[in-house]
Structure formats: C-alpha cells, structure tokens
Design a binder for this molecule. Structure first.
Ligand SMILES: Nc1ncnc2c1ncn2[C@@H]1O[C@H](COP(=O)(O)OP(=O)(O)OP(=O)(O)O)[C@@H](O)[C@H]1O
Ligand SMILES: [Mg+2]
Length: 366
C-alpha cells in the first residue's frame, strides 16, 4: 500500500548538511498498522513527511497504492493534495474559528463524496466520543487544552476514513492513563475501518502495543524491521536491544561446545554463560549477550540446580508499583533485574541471579 525504496533526505541548515534519512526501505501492507520508532532526531517525521509529499527527498522512490508519487531519477513529485491520505502532524493544526464539532465535520461537508446531515452527525459524534471530547461539541476549538486539541486533530483525520492515515506522535500530549486507553481504541478503530496506518512514535511501549510491524530507526538509518515480539526477543543489534525496553548487555567471546550442537559458552565480563548460539558461530567470535531485566531470576539462597547462576550483591531496590527494579552488583558490573516480588530482600544482601540460557539472546558484533 505504501512502498518506500532507497529514500534519502538531507536538510541544508546553512551550517552544513544534515542527513536526516539515509537509504530507507520499507513496505506497508494494506490494512497494516506500521510504526516508525526511534529516538528524537532519528528521522521519523522526515520520513513521514516525505510520504505525505511535504518534503522533497534527494533520491529514492515512493509508491502509494499502485501510484508512483515520487521518483528521484525522473524528479517526479506528486503534490500532497493529490496523494489521498489523512495526516495528523506532530504540531497539529486545527481551525481556530470553528467549534469542535465543525472542525471534525468540515472535511466531510466539503468532501467529493456526499454525506447527509445525519451521516455527518453520526460520524462526527462517533469520532469525538472515541477521543473523549463528547461533552465539548460546541466549544470553540481555541478554548481547548493542548491534549484536547491533539485529540480533535485525530478525530478530524479519522472521520474522513482515508485509505491511508499518517500519524506523527498523535498521543504525545495526553496524560499517561488517557494515552494508554486511546492507544488500544485508536488501533482497534483503524483496524475496524481497514485503514492502512503509518505511525510515528519515540515511545517503545506505544509501538509495541499498537503495531503489526515496527521499523526501528537510528540516525536516519533503518536498524531492524520486524513484528513487536520478534524485535523484543531477537534484537539484531545493540541499538535495538537497548532501545526497545531495558536490556543488560555483556560482551564476550564464543567457546563452542566440544560435543557440537547449538549450545556453547560465551565468556563475558559477568562470567561464563551457557547460551544457545545462532548457526554459523565460530570459536572466539565476539558477541554480545542480551538479557532482559524481567527475565532474570533473583534468589536469596542458591537454588540447588540451574545453569548460569551468579552470585551478586543487591545494590539497590526501587519499588515501582507493579514491579520492583533491582540493581545487582557482580564484580564491577551492575545488572538490572525486574521482579514482581522481592520477599524479604533488602539492600546489601548477598544474593544469586540466574540468566537461564533460554533468556540469553546473542547479538553478533559486525
Ligand atoms: N526543516 C529542517 N531543517 C533542518 N534540519 C532539520 C529540519 N527538520 C528536521 N531536521 C533535522 O533532521 C533530523 C531528523 O529530524 P526529524 O524531525 O525527522 O526527527 P524525528 O525522528 O521526528 O524526531 P522527534 O522524535 O524529536 O520528533 C534531525 O537531526 C533534525 O534536526
Ligand atoms: Mg518528529
């Protein structure tokens, strides 16, 4: 539905060029919820704006549906109003001289497709209820808070039921609770309407919760494109492992099992860790072992058996409500462990942690 090939975009800042997007390749399927995720400044908005036609890339090709809308070689450039897409910008624009209701109804009133008054009323009401602006229909749009304006912009984009929706951090101004509720509702709504959505966020939880697939970016470059669980469980590089949720990363050297097979040891600064190795590993290959804090076991007494049990010192305990964050000192390293119950553990205790081989992900160092 949206295909981006070898897309590159530079900005001339007067003090040299910023290479905002470098050689991006991805394809969003029909009806898919696809997210560009990465830290601030990594080129997410730029990519989205290139798809919308608000930026002119240096090179590459962009297809929307079957139409080629940008081509670097032939300098083809289809203007934004001919690309048939709905968009909510990071700095959202609403029409200040209209009420909340009219802001959402306006695109329907001027649409080529004719809607009856009742149809318009129903669609606008549904959208405004979804974004929790049900009681504010007649309020002038300027008399809304930042978060309410953002929700209004979202309702306006959705009521037109575009085939393609581009959303740039549409929930960023909402409080944590509302954001969590709207994540699910927004995703369900676009799914129900069959809208293909290209979504931008720097919030990894939001990306994991909403997306069919996620493209993780860093410094204008695509790092990994995968389904949420795959990205989380099998990050391809150090950046993805540490950006998506917290990860403990230990570098080390591979030592293959003399009996052969997929198991081997990685000699890390933490100790010798038994791991499942990916195919093609050789002795002395340098790798990183990644272990998620919530998957590491923590014990007061040494369990009678188990692999990769390591003795440590409980440096700190931070209570977070639904979980507890522990820092465990092992040699001069600090290992992060997240647990639901700490029992009678206290700071300064001598304890054991376990990195079961099944929770150790191997990341090759290129
Ligand atoms: N109009 C512009 N002129 C010059 N440089 C720009 C312009 N817009 C963006 N940039 C630069 O391009 C890079 C990518 O910016 P972009 O807005 O795409 O990042 P982003 O991933 O959306 O970040 P954020 O999460 O902060 O919104 C940044 O280094 C930014 O400073
Ligand atoms: Mg942005």
């Amino acid at each position: 539905m949206i295909r981006v090939e070898s897309l590159s975009k530079c900005y001339d800042t007067g003090r040299g060029k910023v290479r905002a997007v470098r050689d991006m390749d991805f394809e969003v399927e029909r009806g898919e919820f696809f997210t560009l995720l990465g830290p601030s400044g990594c080129g997410k908005s730029t990519t989205l704006r290139c798809v919308a036609g608000l930026e002119r890339p240096e090179s590459g090709r962009i297809y929307i549906g079957d139409d080629l809308v940008f081509c670097g070689e032939t300098r083809l450039f289809v203007p934004p109003n001919k690309r048939n897409i709905g968009m909510v910008f990071q700095s959202y624009a609403i029409w200040p001289h209209m009420t909340v209701f009219d802001n959402v109804a306006y695109p329907l009133r001027v649409s080529k497709k004719r809607f009856s008054r009742k149809e318009i009323r129903d669609k606008v009401e549904e959208a405004l209820l979804m974004v929790r602006l049900g009681g504010l229909f007649e309020r002038p749009a300027t008399q809304l808070s930042g978060g309410q304006q953002q929700r209004l912009a979202l309702a306006r984009a959705i009521t037109r039921e575009p085939n393609i929706l581009l959303l740039d951090e549409p929930l960023s101004n909402l409080d944590a609770k509302l954001r969590e509720e709207m994540r699910i509702e927004l995703r369900d709504l676009v799914r129900r309407l069959g809208i293909t959505t290209l979504y931008v966020t720097h919030d990894q939880i939001e990306a994991l919760a909403m997306s069919d697939r996620i493209a993780v970016m860093s410094e204008g470059v695509l790092q990994q494109l995968d389904r949420p669980a795959q990205l989380y469980n099998s990050p391809k590089n150090k950046f993805v492992a540490s950006f998506l949720g917290a990860a403990n990363l230990f570098s080390g050297e591979v030592e293959l099992d003399s009996a052969g097979g997929a198991r081997g040891t990685v000699n890390t600064e933490l100790g010798h860790l038994i791991c499942h190795l990916p195919e093609g590993m050789k002795n002395k290959d340098r790798v990183i072992v990644s272990a998620r804090p919530e998957k590491i076991g923590i014990f007061q007494e040494k369990p009678p058996e188990g692999e990769n049990l390591i003795r440590g010192n409980l440096q700190s305990i931070v209570f977070l409500g639904d979980s507890t964050d522990c820092r465990v000192g092992v040699k001069d390293l600090s290992v992060r462990v997240k647990t639901v119950s700490t029992g009678s553990l206290k700071e300064g205790d001598s304890i054991y942690i376990q990195l079961d081989p099944r929770i150790c992900t191997i990341i090759p160092i290129d």
